[in-house]
Design a protein around this ligand. Structure first.
Ligand code: CA2
Length: 143
């Protein structure tokens, strides 16, 4: 079983700014954590990060017929991108939305998620652990 894990804009800056919201661990730490979480349950992962909306649409399309599921943290595009929502709907792969912070208890504009409308589950406010939970949930959901 293979999952595509997508992180959106500025997630590559983790650990460098706003540690009170996103923690002190870096993006490299996140990749290591995701790889270990996937390996522990026998899942293969393809990891992708981009600051560009179009590149995220392209990688979602790439996943069609190549991946069994998608874990996505669209970051700021969560709240703006109909293009990412449409791409998720187009490939129709089971997808789980992850947010490191608790978007529901932050600014009002973070409460709306377009991508979430095409996801089978949303996990928010659990830090890196949310990605592990997403991989485990997707695996069970597909099996
Ligand atoms: O909580 C999340 O995972 C978010 O997707 C993170 C996004 C934010 O726009 C969403 O509302 C919630 C922002 C990621 C930016 O990451 C930073 C990392 C270091 C310094 C500043 C921002």
């Amino acid at each position: 079983m293979k999952f595509l894990v997508i992180n959106g804009p500025n997630i590559n800056m983790l650990g460098l700014r706003e540690p009170d919201i996103y923690g002190r661990k870096t993006y490299a730490d996140l990749l290591e954590f995701i790889r270990a979480s996937a390996a522990a349950v026998g899942v293969e992962v393809e990891l992708f990060q981009s600051n560009s909306e179009g590149a995220i649409v392209d990688i979602i399309q790439w996943a069609y017929n190549r991946a069994d599921g998608i874990v996505i943290n669209p970051a700021a595009y969560t709240h703006t991108s109909v293009a990412i929502l449409d791409a998720l709907k187009a490939v129709a792969l089971p997808a789980v939305e992850v947010h490191i912070s608790d978007v529901g208890s932050r600014e009002d504009f973070r409460k709306l998620s377009y991508a979430g409308k095409a996801c089978v589950k949303t996990i928010a406010g659990k830090g890196f652990e949310g990605y592990k939970e997403a991989i485990e949930f997707l695996k069970d959901h597909i099996s």
